[in-house]
Design a binder for this molecule. Structure first.
Ligand code: TNX
Length: 526
């Protein structure tokens, strides 16, 4: 009798225990794809209420032939390995597996290589990603990462399980140019830091990395025909540290790393202002024939190349030739901002001539909005950071606009008055301010058809290391990525902030030192 009662109590307890266990598992089991926090927000998500379970035996199947697809499979396997501990096989076969696979396939052929659309179908048996181009597959892979549990980004082995909610996602970007800029001149950042930064862009489906390679405080790219630029001009930075530069080999490594992530590097050589590092390296670039001193302060607008001297144009031609040969992408950025030490009547013919030089080396010009004062080539892009009138002048000349309004998109602006890093000359940019605007209605007279996309620049007068980069970039960068990718009609701050809040856990897992804005509900983060 006693035994029976005991065993009944035991059974009851077991049932309760099992129920609790099941419930807690149910919470961990994703079954509603539409509830996953994907940034940027996809165009359509249709849930089907079940889940796919990623297991050690899951095969990553790739459609063999096209260049890049196998590498994307390997990239996916590589990014899932540390946390799962699975050594997922990447297999290129003609026959697609029926179950237990993540399949990456190109649909159609001969499409525009810039097409980044993708379709993802998740069933209990298969994860099927298809796209017209490898770039589209790569973007879709980021979605797969984001619909796995946050622990998937851990650098060490975790328990799992690794379940993905089933359903369908159809997705494509609103703008073709979605980028961020890193100023490696005011403070120098080594190759590993730049790669780290590039990975952030990749995770949020951005496709341009703009590197601000020269300024008053430092020249950061080796130019073999003018070697002092890097060895002398790159030998310091703001505050007087030792600075640095990329050898052409290192730079090529960065470009390749970005290319493997379907990210185009846009190199910038800022001129005719912001050129003290060059002027200090070569006396002949100065109108008075005297080299300047290296500069480690943070003033702007005091330097200029000698615009009337032929040596200046030989110098620019050499630099552009070498830079173009290191640049697979279509653009070279010529700066052109804040040339307060250059007379307007000198500035205009200077920019016109530099445009010709860039074109002669087969590249398209991007410049800060001031370049609109000159005669823009129809394929030029004016990057609008401050002056709306310049943007309209650029458009009236047939040029396109890249949107980087300082008071919305500058990653070096402080979040609020208490932010220790950064500047605030364009205002404070809290997370909502950075997110809640539309590039297509921001400047009167400039609509979506005039705009190539959006870029968020990180100037680094006050930023000295990767932790500080992370603090300024996160959590704002995902917002800029979403503005570039998701249509303005689909964007809404109230809904976005909840999705962003859930990414807090991912930032933590990725070891990202982010600003815990009070505007965002940070999920599990205390
Ligand atoms: C303005 S934006 C600059 C940069 C500074 C930045 C600081 C632009 C084209 N020029 O030289 O670093 O402000 O926020």
């Amino acid at each position: 009798m006693i035994r029976k009662r005991q065993s009944r109590a035991f059974r009851a307890l077991t049932v309760i225990f099992l129920l609790i266990f099941q419930l807690s598992c149910a919470q961990k089991t994703p079954s509603d794809l539409s509830k996953e926090s994907i940034i940027p927000k996809p165009v359509t998500v249709t849930p089907t209420g079940e889940y796919f379970n990623l297991k050690p035996g899951t095969v990553i199947y790739v459609q063999g032939e096209t260049e890049g697809v196998l590498e994307i499979g390997q990239y996916l396997a590589g990014s899932l390995k540390p946390s799962t501990g699975f050594k997922l096989e990447v297999r290129a076969t003609a026959k697609e597996p029926k179950r237990g696979a993540i399949s990456l396939a190109l649909s159609g052929s001969g499409q525009d290589s810039g097409d980044e659309s993708y379709d993802l179908i998740v069933t209990r048996k298969l994860v099927k990603l298809s796209a017209k181009t490898p770039a589209g597959l790569f973007r879709g892979v980021q979605t797969i990462r984001q619909i796995l549990p946050a622990g998937i980004e851990m650098p060490s082995k975790q328990e799992g399980p690794w379940k993905i909610a089933t359903g369908t996602i159809n997705d494509y970007p609103d703008y073709s140019y979605r980028g961020a800029m890193l100023d490696v001149s005011r403070h120098f950042f080594g190759v590993d830091d730049v790669k780290h930064f590039t990975d952030f862009l990749a995770y949020y489906k951005m496709n341009v990395l703009h590197l601000h390679l020269s300024d008053d405080q430092g020249w950061r790219i080796e130019i073999k025909s003018w070697p002092n630029l890097a060895t002398h001009g790159g030998s310091t930075q703001v505050g007087g540290g030792k600075g640095g530069f990329y050898t052409q080999e290192q730079y090529t490594d960065i470009v390749q790393y970005a290319k493997d992530r379907y990210i185009t590097v846009v190199p910038e050589i800022d001129m005719p202002g912001h050129t003290n590092a060059a002027l200090a390296s070569y006396a002949e670039l100065n109108c008075d024939g005297k080299a300047t001193e290296l500069y480690t302060g943070t003033d702007v607008g005091f330097s200029t190349l000698c615009t009337k001297s032929e040596v200046t144009y030989r110098f620019i031609d050499d630099v552009m030739r070498e830079l173009a040969s290191l640049t697979p992408g279509p653009y070279i950025h010529i700066g052109g901002d804040e040339s307060h030490a250059t007379k307007k009547e000198d500035y205009i013919p200077f920019i016109n001539r530099v445009q010709e030089i860039v074109a002669a080396h087969g590249k398209q010009v991007i410049g800060w909005d001031e370049i609109a004062l000159s005669s823009l080539k129809p394929n030029a892009i004016a990057q609008c950071w401050a002056n709306e009138k310049n943007a309209n002048t650029a458009v009236s000349q047939g040029a396109k606009i890249l949107m980087s309004p300082a008071r919305k998109a500058y990653l070096d602006m402080q979040y609020d008055k208490s932010t220790k890093l950064g500047l605030h000359w364009a205002g404070y940019i809290e997370v909502e301010t950075g997110y809640n605007w539309d590039p297509a209605t921001f400047i009167p007279g400039i609509g979506k058809g005039n705009i190539v996309g959006i870029e968020a620049p990180l100037w680094t007068e006050t930023i000295t290391n990767i932790d500080e980069i992370e603090y300024m970039v996160f959590p704002r960068l995902p917002g800029y990525a979403e503005i570039g990718w998701s249509s303005s009609a689909s964007r809404n701050w109230e809904e976005y902030k909840t999705r962003l809040g859930k990414h807090g856990e991912r930032f933590s897992v990725l070891g990202i030192d982010y600003y815990q804005s009070k505007q965002v509900p940070w999920g599990e983060v205390k």
